[in-house]
Design a binder for this molecule. Structure first.
Ligand SMILES: Cc1ncc(COP(=O)(O)O)c(C=O)c1O
Length: 204
């Protein structure tokens, strides 16, 4: 006799089946037009050999960096990345999803606002849902006027920080952001911060 939870889950799965939205994992060897391995490094023999020729500090982190997983290699990689991107500092995450979840769930404080482009990636939505900010609103894709209305409405009532979430290249739709206009707008406001989910290094 299936328990209540199993029945509920089966109903949800059936619903997905009917809507053709049930996903399945599959292994394929097709030409790659969709992965994140833009530079083909995942299968680079040269990179693989280089990694193997270095004596690594173990085969896993052994735990979170706060406990046992911190290492000199991580520090050096972060320093390299910061220098490469001419940034004051860098922080490594396990994946893009983790980075967006970490940033959006931690940075905005109660009373702050998050305004996001309506095409923003699902991982940003996950981070925003976990955020302490309760003022979370979309603006029309790439539409400066739509963003400006949100900023002005917020500023009329509140004085907190405003975080604006965009992608450089919207990965699910394949369209570019009008980043220059957005930067020019955001720079006009105090306490407004632009967070760019950049999937391809130096692509803009
Ligand atoms: C724009 C964007 N942000 C975040 C992610 C999540 O990155 P990851 O697959 O490394 O978790 C993706 C994944 O494709 C993405 O396209």
């Amino acid at each position: 006799m299936p328990d209540k939870l199993s029945e509920q889950l089966e109903r949800i799965l059936n619903n997905r089946r009917e809507r053709h939205t049930l996903r399945k994992l599959k292994i394929n060897n097709l030409v790659d037009f969709s992965s994140n391995d833009y530079l083909g490094l995942a299968h680079s023999k040269e990179l693989n050999q280089t990694i193997q020729s270095h004596s690594l500090n173990g085969l896993g982190s052994t735990g979170s960096r706060l406990l046992s997983g911190h290492s000199q290699e991580s520090v050096e990689l972060e320093q390299f990345l910061a220098k490469f991107h001419k940034a004051p500092d860098a922080l490594l995450f396990n994946s893009g999803f983790d980075a967006n979840y970490g940033v959006f769930s931690c940075l905005p404080q109660p009373g702050d606002a998050i305004f996001y482009d309506e095409l923003i990636h699902a991982s940003v939505h996950a981070g925003m849902r976990a955020s302490q900010s309760k003022i979370i609103k979309p603006f029309i894709h790439n539409n400066i006027d739509s963003l400006l209305v949100l900023i002005n409405n917020y500023k009329n009532i509140h004085s907190g920080n405003i975080f604006i979430a965009v992608e450089s290249l919207y990965s699910m739709d394949g369209c570019w952001s009008n980043l220059k206009e957005i930067v020019e707008l955001v720079e006009k406001f105090e306490n407004a911060f632009l967070i760019i989910d950049e999937v391809i290094p130096n692509s803009y």
